[in-house]
Each structure stands twice: as C-alpha cells, then as structure tokens.
Design a protein. Structure first.
Length: 557
C-alpha cells in the first residue's frame, strides 16, 4: 500500500470493563528480530535462537461420513441453531469432522510445552481444500474442558472468514456452544455444531470465487483469547481457473503443503520463564515479543529452485505487518502479488512490500530459481509498532526476520505466472443511492461504532438483499481499525479521498482504517438473509464492543 494515501452501554455482566494488565511499551528490535528489550512495564522474554525449527505445514483436512447425518434442521446431539438456508439446493457432497480440544504444544524447541487449544490438535488447524460447486458440511465437535486453567472460554463459535454462507453457519458472536452449561450466558448447549459451506460464489458468479479463506473462533467477549490459544486455520478454495494443478487452468504453483504454502503470521508474548502470556482484561490489546509463522518462532523452510505460492495471513491480535522479501545483505527482492483477502486480481503485480492489517491476506509467488543453491532469503516485517493501538508507519531497518528460506537445487517447474488472472465483475450499483455512515471511535474506555457498544439483540442496519449500498467509514482518535464485513466481499471506492492502491483494487473483506482515515466501500449481500456482523478485527477491540449486527432483508417479491 502507498502510505501517501494517509494525510450504547453494554451489560457489565457480559462485558469486561477493566483496563488493567501489562502496558505495551516501546520495542527496540535487534537485527534478527530475536527479542525486543523489555521496558519495566513489559513481561521479560527469554532469548530464543532463530531458524532452528522447521516451518510447520498444517495437515490437510480429510473427509469422513458423519453420524448422525447432517440435516437442514439440527440433528440429535447438535447445538440449537436456525435452519440451514438453501440446504437442499447446496446439499453437502463432502463431510468433515473437526475436534476442538486441548493439547500440548511447543512454540519453539527452546521453550517449554504449553497447554493450547487446537482444531484436531494441530496449530494451525487442518487446511481445508474446497472445490467450487461442491458444498460441504463441517462438524465442529467441542471437546474443550469445562474447567480449564487460564484465559479463554471453552464455549466456541466458528467463523469462516470470507465465507459466503447462511447465517446459521456464519459464526455469529453470540452463537457459541458447548456440551455442558459452562456459564450463565450459554445459549446453545450441544456437543457439536454442523456448519454448512455451499462453496458457491454470490449469485453463482464465478468471477467472485474466493481462494484463501481462514476459520477461527468468534466467541463473544473471548475471540482474542480463544484465537491466541490456537483456534485458527486455513480454508483454501479452487475452481476451473485456480485449479490446484500446474498443468491446468492458470497453472499457478500447486500442491498444498508442497509448492502452495499457507503462512499464518503472528506475534506472541512469552514471560521470563518462557511461558505464553496473555492479558485478557486490556481493551487496548498488547504486542508480542516474539514472531511466529505457522505457530513456530522464526522457523526455516527449505525450498527448491522453482516458483512457490505463499498465502500470507495476518493472524495477530494487534500488530500490523509490512512484509518484504530480503536477502542476507538486507536487500529487498521483488515478488509477484496475485491476490488480496483471498481474491485473485485481474493482473499480477510486481511488488517489494505489502501491508497487512489483522485478518488481511496476501497471495504471492516467489521464484527461487533466480537464486543460487545455498542462498538464504528472509520474509521480513519492516513495520515499526510500539503501541497496540496503531502502527508507526515507519520502517524498521533492519527489520524482523520472521521466516528463513534456504534455497536448494533447481527442479522441474511447470507452473507459470499468467499475464491475466481472473476477470473482475462490474461494480454492482444497481441504481441504489442508499448510503450509511459508520464511525469507529473510543467511548467510555471501550470501543464503539456510531457511539454504540455491541448488543447482539440490537439490529443496527437492515440492508436489502441484492441491493448495493455505499458505506462510509471513518476513524476517530489515534487508533487503527481493520474492519471486516461478514458474508460478502466489498469494493473500495475511495481511501482518504483517493482511489485505492492497485493491490486493493479488487474485492476485499477487510479494510485497514489507519488513524484519521475516511473510506467508502461498495457492499451488496446476496443469496442469504438474516443476521450478520461487521466489526473491527483487532481482536481486543471486537471483544470490547466494537461490533454491529446487520440483518439482511429478503428480496421483495
């Protein structure tokens, strides 16, 4: 992104109001990005040697046969929910079962084991490979302990981020469930919930296929804690163009886990004893003191001398990343940018950096055949951020080396980087002049939208299905807010009065509203009606009330 573009009271029984805990403080980063020097207000951190652990590759989710079989209405043992809209039309051809459970995990070989929460015991969770036009059901079985130690809530709600799904499967924040009555606000007791994923684009317009999605916990008030404990994973979509095969369609680098690699970027804080630290009571959030890729602190990845596709996801609590590819001499190298937030652009871009707010994605290709065997390259974050409220918009030199690539011999490579990727559907104005304004601000120590705190029973907007609207978004105060709209992607019309940068010119599901920014987006909601959400994806902000509910009204006959 070109940075020149920048020039209601909740129920206190449900909402955490305290601002206690550890302050973020200023970070002074060493060349390797090994450790910031902690101020007296920070939790100390141990020294960890970088690049001694291999990059974890999440396992592929494997289909199964569910018993009892899923249905339009809840089945025996399932948590209460609304009916799955259009279930018969998008009848699930593929079924999965994911166990949400506690397990032991080591974030670095020099750290002690942690008790984490994970999908099927994996961090990140299993990667789903979805085919466009092939509907699926994913049964998420909650096996978290009723009495657990530490932060987080064992009640869960799963959101498929960027998923074009009915409201019963969207992971609404108050639609959490568990097999026991763990708390006074539990709304849906049940051992599992079936999530219906049609895997069809809006209005079956295959120009709007989404490729890089992710799933994560969305439990009201505890999203930050539950995601921080490990509840996140990738959901990758393929179709007749982006086939996952280097000999067909666009012929992009293929083979999930081999030449097509999801990369979850995070920062976490470890105390002086090497234990994971989390401050659940701070509405500002906090920054980590170590940097992780796919759940490991500064791992390495051995690559062949050929093209690879990497799907970068900012899965952090509060940190922005500005990612570069650099050589051992700290010289930045170009890469090819093909998509943002899961959506392929019309044409690839050659870039040397990409800005990622929380939940934003970048689909890039790196051609390692340009480098001699034995070369070491680094995925580097150069964004300075000393405050969880916002990035500094200043470069770190040297930056934080998050992942080391070790280049091997050249190998056969049938993949290509096409000159044209996917056509962009026309902007769907539909003659609508409906406009809404949303202001993201700090009020009474919490985070508000239009001066109101989230209330899952209050409807803040009633957009009409299949009618486009223009939403004006504005930030107040010195805070940054990455804003995510559920159900359908949007188009950015303007960002501080200017056209969006080329990497944002396609469809997006999250927009990074940096301090003082005003933006306009074009939204249209199709195929489904009912309740959905818009919220800040700074997890502590959404947990501290920066969310709204909108109910899509059915198409008029």
């Amino acid at each position: 992104m070109n940075l020149s573009l920048l020039n209601g009271t909740p129920n206190p029984g449900r909402r955490m109001l305290l601002k206690g805990g550890t302050a973020a403080g200023a970070l002074t980063l060493a060349h390797e990005g090994l450790m910031p020097r902690p101020s007296s207000a920070q939790t100390a951190t141990p020294h960890l040697d970088p690049f001694i652990d291999p990059l974890p590759i999440p396992p592929i989710a494997r289909p199964t046969v569910l018993s009892p079989p899923p249905g339009r209405l809840p089945v025996t043992g399932e948590a209460g929910r609304a009916e799955h809209q259009r279930f018969e039309e998008f009848y699930p051809e593929v079924q999965y079962e994911i166990h949400v459970k506690e397990t032991k995990y080591r974030y670095h070989s020099q750290l002690p084991q942690e008790t984490v929460w994970a999908y099927n015991g994996s961090i990140p969770g299993p990667t789903f490979i979805a085919r466009a036009g092939v509907p699926a059901i994913v049964r998420f079985r909650n096996e978290l302990p009723e009495t657990h130690v530490g932060y987080g809530s064992p009640e869960i709600s799963i959101h498929l981020h960027s998923g074009h799904v009915g409201p019963a499967s969207d992971g609404f924040a108050s639609d959490y469930y568990s097999a026991y009555k763990a708390g006074p606000t539990l709304s849906r007791p049940g051992a599992f919930l079936d999530y219906h994923y049609p895997n069809f684009p809006p209005n079956k317009d295959f120009r709007e296929i989404t490729g890089t999605l992710w799933y994560h916990d969305h439990r009201e008030d505890y999203t930050a804690a539950n995601v921080y404990r490990g509840l996140a994973g990738f959901y990758l979509g393929f179709d007749a163009l982006d086939t996952g095969d280097e000999t067909t369609g666009l012929k992009l680098p293929a083979g999930v886990g081999r030449y097509d690699i999801p990369l979850l970027l995070q920062d976490k804080r470890f105390d002086s004893g090497g234990n994971l630290f989390f401050d659940q009571l701070s509405p500002e959030g906090f920054l980590g003191n170590h940097f992780l890729v796919n759940g490991k602190v500064q791992p390495y990845f051995k690559v062949e001398g050929r093209k690879y596709r990497f799907r970068l996801l900012n899965g952090s609590m509060a940190r922005y990343f500005e990612m570069y590819l650099a050589d051992a001499g700290d010289r930045d190298q170009p890469f090819t940018f093909i998509g943002s937030d899961g959506n392929l652009l019309e044409r690839p871009l050659t870039l040397k950096k990409i800005l990622l707010g929380m939940a934003e994605r970048a689909d890039i290709i790196i051609d390692f055949s340009r480098f001699a065997p034995g070369t070491r390259l680094y995925l580097v974050n150069r964004m300075r951020q000393d405050d969880p409220r916002k990035p500094e918009l200043q470069q770190l030199r040297p930056g934080i080396r998050m992942l080391r690539f070790e280049v091997g011999d050249k190998t056969e490579d049938r993949s290509v980087i096409p000159a044209f990727l996917r056509p962009l559907s026309p902007a769907p104005f539909n003659g609508s002049t409906r406009k809404r304004s949303w202001t993201f601000e700090r009020t009474n120590g919490q985070w508000a939208i239009n001066g109101k705190f989230f209330d899952h029973d209050r409807i803040d907007a009633r957009p009409q299905q299949d009618v486009a609207e223009i939403w004006r978004m504005e930030t107040k105060g010195g805070w940054a807010h990455p804003v995510h709209v559920h159900l359908d992607d949007f188009r950015i019309l303007s960002y501080n009065g200017k056209p969006p940068p080329p990497e944002w010119a396609g469809r997006k599901d999250t927009i990074s509203l940096l301090p003082g920014v005003t933006a306009e987006i074009l939204v249209e909601f199709r195929d489904f009606n009912g309740r959905y959400m818009m919220h800040c994806h700074h997890h502590m902000h959404e947990d501290h009330a920066m969310m709204i509910r909108f109910d899509i009204q059915p198409t008029k006959p």
